[in-house]
Design a protein around this ligand. Sequence first.
Ligand SMILES: Cc1cc2nc3c(=O)[nH]c(=O)nc-3n(C[C@H](O)[C@H](O)[C@H](O)COP(=O)(O)O)c2cc1C
Length: 199
Amino acid sequence: MDDGLKITDSFAGIDADAWRLLEQGAGDPQSGFHYVTLCTVGRTGLAQARTVVLRKVSAAERMLEIHTDVRSPKWAELSAQPQATVLGFCNSSRVQLRLQGGTEQFSPKTDVARAAWARLAPSTRATYQGGPPGDDLAFPPAADQAVRPVDGAGHENFGVIRFRANLLDWFCLQRNDNRRALFAYGPEGKVVTQMWVNP
Ligand SMILES: Cc1cc2nc3c(=O)[nH]c(=O)nc-3n(C[C@H](O)[C@H](O)[C@H](O)COP(=O)(O)O)c2cc1C
């Protein structure tokens, strides 16, 4: 796997490389951007952050897709405030990507969620069968009590989040020569502003 970013001074090259890394993240569990941090505004106004898997990326649409449990706090937080930040760092390319954007939620009965559910492995589906995320467990689960996948179970808890970036903050760590650039995207995903900033 090659996460390596070919450093270029061209804004177009940097933007394309950043989205190539994100696309790799969705396709390759070993990639540095397979897991990213999704940050939301919590119920009390405090920042909330958690690790999520990048499930699908469309560079053309500036879109990241994430799967989650619709009973989770993040689902409610995004319903109240759809603006979110996604943060990732890939050690092999030495690149940090911080994306700001809006989210759209697809609840279990939508075509988007049904189609995504149809593609999930039984073991992944089983993770949606348990109790609501964050609720008290009466006792710690025993090692031999892993949830057994039951056909169709969990679908009612499964939701899809689509995040559309309107800002990319790209930071590349290079010894003695860190680089940082900002890109703003218009509604159709085209770059409308690009600039170097101090790292
Ligand atoms: C490596 C890793 C990957 C994870 N991937 C996801 C994910 O794709 N979707 C998700 O909802 N939670 C995922 N989680 C769990 C979340 O980080 C989080 O603990 C959980 O969703 C509850 O978040 P919330 O209380 O902020 O809603 C993952 C956790 C880890 C450690």
